[in-house]
Ligand binder design. Structure first.
Ligand code: AMP
Ligand code: ZN
Length: 121
């Protein structure tokens, strides 16, 4: 286990391959996989490999990591079936904390898109 991993964290277990996922992309810093309960025709999660409980823990030391995740999102959205901007597009959501609707306590970026209607949003 990586020292940065939390053994009780679902997404750390997915990152370590202890729980299977439907992988979209992986590199040294992040794993991207399909949401198990998609709200829309395209719905994947972008997850940093380091265990950060939420966006509330993000600081200046994470600027490069978050920048890479954000700049990769449009490419992966198209690859996964979102139509191009402006007719198509996608939604990016980072739920943070209880009142922010966060259920899994490991920072993740939802990328959601595809033809409507969607289940949520
Ligand atoms: P949030 O409410 O922002 O914390 O979102 C957590 C998301 O993780 C939800 O959309 C779940 O459907 C998704 N999820 C939970 N377990 C898994 C899993 N094993 N594989 C993929 N996605 C998952
Ligand atoms: Zn974790």
């Amino acid at each position: 286990m990586s020292p940065a991993a939390d053994p009780s964290c679902l997404f750390c277990k997915i990152i370590e391959g202890k729980i299977p996922s439907s992988k979209v992309y992986e590199d040294d810093d992040m794993l991207v996989f399909h949401d198990i309960h998609p709200w829309a025709p395209v719905h994947f999660l972008m997850v940093p490999k380091v265990h950060l409980a939420s966006m509330a823990q993000v600081g200046p030391e994470h600027e490069a990591l978050l920048g890479r995740m954000m700049s990769l999102a449009p490419k992966l959205a198209l690859q996964e079936g979102c139509r191009p901007y402006p007719e198509g597009g996608f939604r990016v959501v980072i739920n943070t904390g209880q009142e922010g609707g966060q259920e899994v306590q490991h920072l993740h970026v939802h990328v959601i898109g595809g033809p409507r209607p969607w289940l949520k949003g």
